[in-house]
Write a protein that binds this ligand. Structure first.
Ligand SMILES: Nc1nc2c(ncn2[C@@H]2O[C@H](COP(=O)(O)OP(=O)(O)OP(=O)(O)O)[C@@H](O)[C@H]2O)c(=O)[nH]1
Length: 453
C-alpha cells in the first residue's frame, strides 16, 4: 500500500488530522462541561483573558530574545510585536470588565468595548503573522542593518497605530463611535455579524494559507502557528453563528485561543530544551577535544600537568602520588619498517592497554610522540612499580595474532617510576625524575621498569 503510506507520512495530512482531533476533543469537552453548569461565572471571561495576556506576553518576550540572540531571523520581530500588541489590547479588554477590579460590578460589563479590542487585536495579529510568514522567506538572505531597522520600525508603527485606534474607538468620544454589540441585549450588531466578523475570517484564512504554503509546516513551531490560525478561524466562525456575547460560543472562542497559545508555549519550551541540549553536548565535545590527544584519546600534556599539580597539593607519606613515564622501545624501527599508519595503530593499542590497566581515578596521558605517562594517586612506590611491571609484561606478551593485527610484531616498553611523598616537589620535578628513571631503563637494556632513587 505505498500510496496510503505516503498520505499518512505527509505532514499536511498528519497536521489536519491532529487539528480535527484536537478541535473535536475541545468541542466535546466544552459541550460536556456546559451540560454541568447552569450559568457561567461573570469572572470566567476576564480570568481567561488574564491567562491569555500573560501567555502572549511570555511568547512576545521569548521571540524578542531569540531575535536579539542572533539578529538574523527578522520574522521573529513581527511575531514578537503581534503577541506584545495582543497583550496590550487585552489590557483594554480587561478594562471593559469592572467586576474584575471592583466588587459586585457584574452588570457593568461593556461588551461593545471588549469587542472593539477583540476586533483590533485579531486584525493586528493576523496582519503581523502574515508579515512574519513572508519575512520567513528572507531568513537565509544577508539583510543590512538598515533593512532590519526599517522592518522593526514599520512593525512597531503598525502595532502602535492599532493599539491607539482600539483605545480611541473604545473611548466613547463622539468622533469614534462604532457599534458591534448591544450592551443591553448582548446581541451582536449587524456591523459585526455581516461585515467585521467576515473580514476577520478572511484575513485569518489568508494568514493560515500563507503559513501553510510558505513554511510547508517544516517544523513544530510553524505547525503550532498554523494551529493558532486555525483555532482563530474556528472561533470566529462559532461567533458568527452564536449571535450574542456571553453564550457558549463566546467562551469556546477564548478556550480555543488559550489552548493554541499553550501549544505554542510548549513548542517554545521544547525549543529551549533542545537548544540547551545541543549547546551542552557541543561544549562537552569541545572540552574533550581540548583535553585529549586526537590520535589515542588519552589525556594530553597540559591536562596531565594540571591534574598532577592538583594531586601534589595533598601528597604525603600516607597519600603518596606516583608518576610512571613509559617509552616504546625502538619505535622508529616500527615506523620505518611498517609505515606511519601501522605506527599509529601501535600507539592506539598501547593507549588502550594503559587505560585498561589502571583504576578509573588514575590518569593516562600521552605527553610526547611515543611517550606515555600515568598518574596514580594514593599509590606507594612499590605498588606503582608493580603496576608498571604488570603493564610491561602484558604488552610484551602480545604479538601480531593476539593483538588482532594491531601490533605488527612483539614490542616492548621501558618505564620509569617516581613517587612523591610531600607537597614540596613540583610537577616538573616529578616528571623529570620519572623520565630519568625511564632513561636508565633504556640504558640498561630496555624492556624494564626502573624506580627513581
Ligand atoms: N606513527 C607515529 N610515530 C610517531 C608519532 N610521534 C612520534 N613518532 C615517532 O616515534 C619515533 C621515536 O623514535 P626515537 O625517539 O628515536 O626512539 P625509538 O626508535 O623509539 O628508540 P628508543 O626510544 O631509544 O628505544 C620517531 O620515529 C617518531 O617519528 C606518531 O604520532 N605516530
Amino acid at each position: 500500500m505505498p500510496a496510503i503510506d505516503d498520505v499518512i507520512k505527509n505532514r499536511f495530512f498528519v497536521f489536519i488530522c491532529g487539528c480535527i482531533a484536537a478541535i473535536a476533543a475541545l468541542q466535546f469537552g466544552l459541550s460536556s462541561m456546559a451540560g454541568f453548569v447552569s450559568s457561567f461565572s461573570p469572572l470566567l471571561f476576564p480570568t481567561l483573558t488574564i491567562f491569555l495576556l500573560v501567555f502572549h506576553l511570555f511568547i512576545a518576550c521569548f521571540m524578542a530574545m531569540r531575535y536579539w540572540c542572533d539578529r538574523r531571523r527578522l520574522y521573529l520581530v513581527a511575531l514578537a510585536f503581534a503577541f506584545a500588541g495582543s497583550s496590550c489590547l487585552m489590557v483594554g479588554t480587561m478594562s471593559s470588565f469592572p467586576a474584575w477590579f471592583e466588587l459586585y460590578q457584574f452588570t457593568d460589563n461593556n461588551y461593545n468595548d471588549a469587542m472593539i479590542f477583540f476586533m483590533f487585536r485579531h486584525l493586528m495579529m493576523a496582519v503581523l503573522i502574515i508579515a512574519a510568514t513572508v519575512l520567513y522567506t528572507l531568513r537565509h538572505q544577508p539583510l543590512s542593518r538598515t533593512i532590519h531597522l526599517i522592518v522593526i520600525g514599520t512593525v512597531a508603527i503598525f502595532t502602535t497605530c492599532m493599539i491607539i485606534l482600539a483605545w480611541c474607538y473604545s473611548s466613547h468620544y463622539i468622533l469614534f463611535g462604532i457599534d458591534l454589540v448591544d450592551n443591553e441585549t448582548r446581541q451582536f450588531m449587524m456591523l459585526w455579524d455581516q461585515v467585521i466578523n467576515i473580514i476577520l475570517i478572511m484575513v485569518w484564512l489568508v494568514a493560515f494559507i500563507t503559513m501553510m504554503v510558505i513554511t510547508r509546516l517544516r517544523n513544530l513551531f510553524w505547525a503550532s502557528g498554523a494551529f493558532l490560525c486555525l483555532t482563530y478561524l474556528v472561533s470566529l466562525s462559532i461567533l458568527l453563528f452564536s449571535g450574542q456575547v456571553e453564550g457558549l460560543g463566546w467562551y469556546q472562542a477564548r478556550i480555543f485561543e488559550t489552548t493554541a497559545t499553550l501549544l505554542i508555549i510548549f513548542v517554545l519550551l521544547c525549543d529551549v530544551f533542545s537548544l540547551y541540549r545541543d549547546s551542552n553536548s557541543r561544549y562537552q565535545q569541545s572540552y574533550q577535544n581540548a583535553i585529549r590527544d586526537a590520535l589515542t584519546h588519552l589525556y594530553n600534556r597540559s591536562y596531565f600537568y594540571d591534574a598532577l599539580k592538583q594531586a601534589l597539593k595533598t601528597a604525603s607519606d600516607v597519600s603518596p602520588v606516583s608518576v610512571i613515564v613509559s617509552d616504546l622501545d625502538r619505535f622508529k624501527r616500527i615506523n620505518d619498517t611498517y609505515g606511519h599508519l601501522q605506527g599509529d595503530k601501535v600507539l592506539q593499542f598501547v593507549a588502550t592497554l594503559l587505560t585498561e590497566s589502571v583504576r578509573p581515578q588514575d590518569i593516562a596521558a600521552r605527553i610526547g610522540g611515543e611517550e606515555f605517562v600515568l598518574l596514580l594517586t594514593h599509590t606507594a612506590s612499590a605498588d606503582a612499580h608493580q603496576v608498571a611491571e604488570r603493564i610491561r609484561v602484558k604488552l610484551n606478551g602480545y604479538d601480531r595474532a593476539t593483538s588482532n593485527n594491531q601490533l605488527p610484531e612483539k614490542i616492548s616498553i621501558s618505564m620509569g617510576v617516581y613517587t612523591a611523598t610531600s607537597a614540596q616537589v613540583t610537577e616538573e620535578e616529578c616528571v623529570e625524575r620519572a623520565d630519568k628513571a625511564m632513561y636508565q631503563a633504556k640504558e640498561t637494556g630496555r624492556n624494564r621498569v626502573v624506580v627513581w632513587q
